[in-house]
Design a protein around this ligand. Structure first.
Ligand code: NCD
Ligand code: ZN
Length: 349
C-alpha cells in the first residue's frame, strides 16, 4: 500500500483561539480538514449571534489569505450560558450555529462562566431540543477526582437524555471505558467524538517519564485499559463515534511557565491537529482496518449533524512527514517528530 485516498475529513471539535495566532492555528487545520466545528470558549464567549458571526468572519478572513486553506468551512458552536433564553437560541441557530456547547463551570479552559447544572440552562435546552440543535457536552464534573470526572458526569447525561427526549447529544472527547459502556446503553441520538490523543496515548505521556504539559488536557489522558476500549470501539466502525480532535493550542509560555505559587498552572489542551491525520492513518492501518478510516473522519460526523459529505479528496501517502517544531508560539503534539504518513491534497480538492 503506497497511499490511501479518502474523502476530505471533518474535525467536529476544534479550538482556534483569537488574536494574531488564530490565523496560523486555524490554517494548520484547514490544510487537512475541509470543515471543523469551532468551539466557543473564547473571551468573551461566543454566546450571541453577533459574536458568532464576527468569530466566523475572522476565521474565514484568515483561511482565505492562503490559497491552500481558502476552501475551509468553519462550523460554529455557541456557548450555553446560565439563564440563556429561547429567543437567543433561535437567533444563534439563524446565525448558522450547528450546536450549543455545555461547559460545566470550572471544568476546563475559560469555563468559570459555565453551567453548574442542566437546570441553569433549562430554557435554552428546551429550545435546542425544539429546534433540532445538537447539544455538545464537555462531560466532566470538576468536583471529582481527576480520573473519575468523566464517569461522574454520566448520570447527568442520562438525565438530560430523559428530560429532553428529542435532544441529540454529543459526548465530546470521550476518554474512558465506562463512558463507552454508557454510550452503548443510550439511545442512538447520543453520540461521541474521540480525539487522536485519547486514542493513542495514556497518562504515561503526561507523566510517565517527566511531566509533559503538552500532553496535558481535559479530560486527562487515562489508563491503558481505557485506551484499549477506545481503540476497539473506533476500529469496530461504530457510526456513533466520530472524529473530533479537540486540538487546543496554548502559547508555549503558558504551557511551560514559569509558574508561581498558587497558579495559574499549565492549562489543559493538546495541539494535535497538525499530526492528526497521519497518526489516524497509521492507527487504522496497524489495526488492519484502513478501510474504516474514512467513515470515522469523513462520514459519521457529517451524518450526525445532517451535513452533506465533503466532495474533495485527500491522499495519505505512506512516506515520512515531519510535524512542525512550532506554530505561532504553540508546540504541536509530537513537534519536530517523524510520522509514517504524509498528507497530500488532490488537485482541485
Ligand atoms: C480545551 C481548551 O484549551 O480550550 N482544553 C482541553 O484541555 N481540552 C477545552 C476543552 O475542550 O476542554
Ligand atoms: Zn475542546
Amino acid at each position: 500500500m503506497e497511499f490511501i485516498e479518502i474523502r476530505r475529513p471533518d474535525d467536529f471539535h476544534l479550538h482556534v483561539r483569537q488574536g494574531e495566532p488564530m490565523a496560523y492555528w486555524v490554517r494548520a487545520s484547514a490544510r487537512d480538514f475541509a470543515r471543523a466545528l469551532i468551539m466557543p470558549n473564547t473571551i468573551p464567549p461566543a454566546d450571541s449571534p453577533e459574536r458568532v458571526e464576527a468569530y466566523r468572519a475572522a476565521i474565514l478572513a484568515a483561511v482565505r489569505e492562503d490559497p491552500e486553506t481558502a476552501g475551509f468551512t468553519p462550523l460554529m458552536a455557541f456557548k450555553i450560558m446560565p439563564g440563556m433564553g429561547a429567543e437567543r437560541v433561535a437567533g444563534l441557530k439563524a446565525a448558522g450555529c450547528l450546536a450549543g456547547k455545555y461547559y460545566p463551570a470550572g471544568a476546563t479552559t475559560n469555563s468559570s462562566d459555565g453551567l453548574s447544572s442542566p437546570a441553569a440552562a433549562r430554557e435554552a435546552l428546551l429550545a435546542m431540543e425544539e429546534l433540532g440543535l445538537p447539544l455538545s457536552i464537555h462531560a466532566e464534573l470538576p468536583e471529582y477526582f481527576v480520573l473519575d470526572r468523566e464517569k461522574a458526569f454520566l448520570p447527568t447525561i442520562e438525565r438530560l437524555s430523559r428530560d429532553y427526549p428529542k435532544l441529540r447529544i454529543v459526548i465530546e472527547h470521550l476518554s474512558c471505558a465506562e463512558s463507552l459502556e454508557f454510550l452503548r446503553s443510550m439511545p442512538e441520538r447520543v453520540c461521541a467524538t474521540v480525539t487522536v490523543h485519547h486514542l493513542l496515548y495514556t497518562m504515561d505521556e503526561t507523566m510517565g517519564e517527566g511531566l509533559n504539559p503538552h500532553f496535558f488536557c481535559k479530560p486527562c489522558l487515562k489508563t491503558p485499559r481505557d485506551r484499549q476500549a477506545l481503540q476497539d470501539a473506533v476500529l469496530s466502525g461504530n457510526p456513533r463515534i466520530f472524529f473530533g480532535s479537540d486540538s487546543a493550542p496554548h502559547a508555549l509560555s503558558k504551557k511551560e511557565g514559569p509558574f508561581s505559587l498558587g497558579g495559574p498552572y499549565a492549562p489543559g489542551g493538546v495541539f494535535s491537529a497538525p499530526a492528526a491525520l497521519p497518526l489516524l492513518a497509521a492507527f487504522f492501518e496497524e489495526g488492519g482496518m484502513l478501510s474504516r478510516l474514512e467513515n470515522f473522519t469523513s462520514a459519521f460526523g457529517a451524518a450526525f449533524y445532517g451535513l452533506p459529505r465533503n466532495s474533495g479528496r485527500l491522499r495519505l501517502v505512506k512516506r515520512d512527514s515531519r510535524v512542525p517544531e512550532e506554530i505561532a508560539g504553540a508546540l504541536p503534539m509530537l513537534a519536530g517528530r517523524q510520522l509514517p504518513f504524509d498528507v497530500e491534497r488532490k488537485e482541485g480538492a
